[in-house]
Design a protein around this ligand. Structure first.
Ligand code: PLP
Length: 387
């Protein structure tokens, strides 16, 4: 069977492949510690779930506008305005089933075949996929450990040009946990203006930052809001991955085009899910704060544990819920090492290369599992690597 070119290069996300291998081992009686999937282990906070249930019972089960419920768009605009200290309007907000549509549809709306799109490598695998489906040319910029996994600005300067249509940023980042500094964002913004291109700023982990860090956004820099699509959502901050609810904020005329793409693809986002999202943004944020403190405690524990294993070097990530240790000293590919750690240590984690070729020599571990599991994982990894 032949398929259209635009889908021939698509591949599954690595996390699902590892999860399937891990589950096969579990079916055979093995005890596996899961650190491969990027979602909070917390349940959706009860008051949010209750509001979704109440919304279904109250009849919020019909179509709603493709860009989302007007009241939710208002709430999102004011939430983002105060988070980033700028002014966004409800008309600029597009709600979708998850953050992914906020990445995918603006890319489809902006990128012509042959346009170059710069994106981070290692980075979220959806970026090169959506660029290629749009007919664009994916141009990876390496993220380097020695730059705290911000952009490699020297490489960036060589890659950005008149051919660049769009630049994808992700801070805090999946898979590295790195945050792009204000200085680096200013450097990138100058190039964006010089070459008159667009930015997708994936800020899905912006609230999951540690040590009271305020994560800067390129959208807040002078003249950048009108060239930036801010992508955010409920999946990570509110432990709502399965509800499928996210949003993107962009100039109004682009939002109208994206809304048409939504109209003719998904139609609209589930109405009761949006009611739950409204509750998430307008109610007490105490449970989010508790979750963030717990992630910080786990981050500190796992970084210390990994760094105590001879041969592993692990930076302290500033955000998200991943660590990205350097395992080059073991002299085998990240993939081979990840298979060995699954088979021999019973720890499911991902090779850095699941996030692009510059991820070679690294592993990604999600600390979305209770702290005693982290301790057990470190013990088992240490045991296997000693041998
Ligand atoms: N962006 C990044 C960097 C992610 O890691 C993820 C999920 O893993 C998403 C976007 C997608 O979020 P959602 O599940 O809300 O579509």
């Amino acid at each position: 069977m032949t398929f259209a070119n635009r889908v021939s290069h698509l591949e599954p996300e690595g996390a699902y492949e590892v999860m399937a291998r891990a589950q096969a081992l579990e079916a055979g009686g093995r005890d596996i510690i899961h650190m491969e999937i990027g979602q909070p282990d917390f349940q959706t906070f009860p008051h949010i779930s209750q509001s979704g249930i109440k919304a279904i019972a109250s009849g919020y089960t019909r179509y709603n506008p493709p860009s989302g419920l007007p009241r939710l768009r208002e709430v999102i605009a004011s939430y983002t305005s105060s988070r980033l200290n700028l002014r966004t309007l409800p008309e600029q907000v597009v709600v979708g089933p998850g953050a992914k549509p906020g990445l995918f549809f603006p890319t489809l709306a902006l990128v012509e075949p042959g346009d170059e799109v710069i994106y981070p490598d290692p980075g979220f695998p959806t970026y090169p996929s959506m660029i290629s489906v749009a007919g664009g040319l994916p141009v990876p910029v390496p993220l380097k450990e020695e730059n705290n996994f911000s952009f490699d600005l020297e490489a960036f300067d060589k890659l950005v040009s008149e051919r660049t249509r769009l630049i994808v940023l992700n801070s805090p980042a999946n898979p590295t946990g790195g945050v792009i500094s204000l200085g680096d964002l200013e450097h990138i913004a100058a190039a964006v203006k010089k070459y008159d291109c667009w930015v997708i700023s994936d800020e899905i982990y912006a609230r999951l930052a540690y040590d009271n860090l305020e994560v800067p956004s390129i959208a807040s820099l002078p003249g950048m809001l009108e060239r930036t699509i801010i992508v955010d959502g409920f999946s990570k901050t509110y432990a709502m991955t399965g509800w499928r609810l996210g949003f993107a904020i962009m100039p109004e005329n682009l939002a109208e085009r994206v809304s048409l793409l939504l109209t003719h693809s998904i139609g609209c986002t589930a109405t009761f899910t949006q009611m739950a999202g409204m509750e998430a943004l307008t109610s007490s944020q105490e449970m989010v704060d508790t979750m963030i403190s717990e992630f910080q405690r786990r981050r500190d524990r796992i970084v210390a544990g990994l760094n105590a294993i001879p041969g592993i070097k692990c930076q302290v990530p500033q955000g998200a819920f991943y660590v990205f240790p350097n395992v080059k000293a073991f002299g085998i590919s990240s993939r081979e090492l990840s298979y060995q750690l699954l088979d021999k240590a019973g720890v499911a984690l991902l090779p850095g290369t699941d996030f692009g070729k510059f991820g070679e020599g690294y592993l990604r571990l999600s600390y979305t599992t209770p702290i005693d599991n982290l301790d057990r994982a470190i013990e088992r990894i240490s045991e296997v690597l000693k041998k």
